[in-house]
Design a binder for this molecule. Structure first.
Ligand SMILES: Cc1cc2nc3c(=O)[nH]c(=O)nc-3n(C[C@H](O)[C@H](O)[C@H](O)COP(=O)(O)O)c2cc1C
Length: 307
């Protein structure tokens, strides 16, 4: 049975990774889950310099999901390389480094630095964070800027580039195509949805940042639709994510057109979720007599998709 997939030139032994920002820098989870069983480890977003992130509270639970406004807290490229890279480098599975910047040049510089590091599996361009004032979503919701960021990073590195798409667009297809045309090797669909919750006793927003990003099971059907729409617009592989809690959820993403999936919010309440998803995909393939996981991709029977 083949579970392996390729994202550009990066080989994943199975199609399951973890979503950026929900798994720290990998090491934090290493006592809770065998990281070497994953398809890849994806780490929290890194920019050039350290950043403190937003004031607290930064997370809030909502029905079937959560809000967060971490503000991309992180140690910067040098801090990351010093503190976290030695551990990640020692793993048998590739690391996907999620990167961002406040300018096109900063994205490219971060890409260049990680290219020079050696041993990185792939770079995921976060052009879709809703929780910072500069950078993030502004790049992912402007076709021209998106193409510029991807093209600049493409020039800066030969590492596989995964563009993490914003859900906050009317139609994802032209954005997916723009990323592909600018040289992206893959897409990650999707980031969190801009959202807000209010404590009615205090009349205060539940997040200090007022608004945040909505994730978890409540976004899954909208994320599936985005993957379906993106998959019909591009030829490059898609890593699907949004509310995956089990293998059935993951298989839905594959059938919608994803080549691989990422487990996000579920890591917070069940750190073994990604491994359970891998085991469940294998069991499903055995039951359905499917010998290659790639044969699940885009197999939804949706000949009549009008309504
Ligand atoms: C607390 C938290 C932090 C996140 N940080 C990042 C980040 O640094 N970069 C990024 O591209 N996405 C980030 N995300 C988005 C996730 O990677 C993922 O796209 C999203 O959570 C949808 O998947 P899920 O519903 O399974 O959580 C974050 C999500 C959460 C909940």
């Amino acid at each position: 049975m083949n579970l392996s997939v390729h994202i550009g030139k990066m080989r994943m032994q199975n199609p399951v990774t973890v979503a950026s920002g929900t798994f720290g820098y990998g090491e934090e989870y290493s006592r809770l889950i065998d990281l070497n069983q994953l398809g890849a480890v994806t780490i929290k977003g890194i920019r050039l310099n350290p950043i403190r992130g937003n004031p607290t509270p930064r997370t809030a639970e909502v029905a079937s999901g959560m809000l967060n406004a971490i503000g991309l807290q992180g140690p910067g490229v040098d801090g990351f390389i010093k503190k976290y890279w030695p551990f990640l480098k020692s793993l048998k599975v590739p690391t996907i480094i999620n990167i961002w910047g406040t300018t096109v040049e900063e994205y490219a510089e971060v890409a260049r630095r990680f290219d020079a590091l050696g041993g990185v599996g792939a770079l995921e361009l976060n052009v879709s964070c809703p929780n910072i004032k500069e950078g993030g979503a502004q790049f992912g919701t402007d076709l021209k800027l998106l193409a510029q960021v991807v093209a600049a990073c493409r020039k800066a590195t030969t590492l596989p580039l995964i563009t993490k798409m914003s859900p906050n667009v009317v139609n994802i297809a032209p954005f997916a195509k723009a990323a592909e045309d600018a040289g992206s090797d893959a897409l990650a669909v999707t980031n969190s949805y801009p959202a807000m919750a209010i404590d009615i006793e205090t009349r205060k927003p539940k997040l200090a940042n007022v608004t945040g990003g909505l994730t978890g099971p409540c976004i899954k059907p909208i994320a599936i639709k985005l993957v379906w729409d993106a998959a019909r617009a591009v030829k490059i592989p898609i890593i699907g994510m949004g509310g995956i809690q089990n293998a059935a959820d993951a298989i839905e993403f594959l059938m919608a057109g994803a080549s691989a999936v990422a487990v996000g919010t579920a890591n917070f309440y069940e750190p073994q979720t990604a491994l359970q998803v891998i085991a469940g995909i294998r069991e499903f393939m055995q039951r359905k007599k499917i010998s290659d996981v790639r044969d699940l991709k885009g197999t939804v029977n949706a000949a009549n998709d009008s309504c």
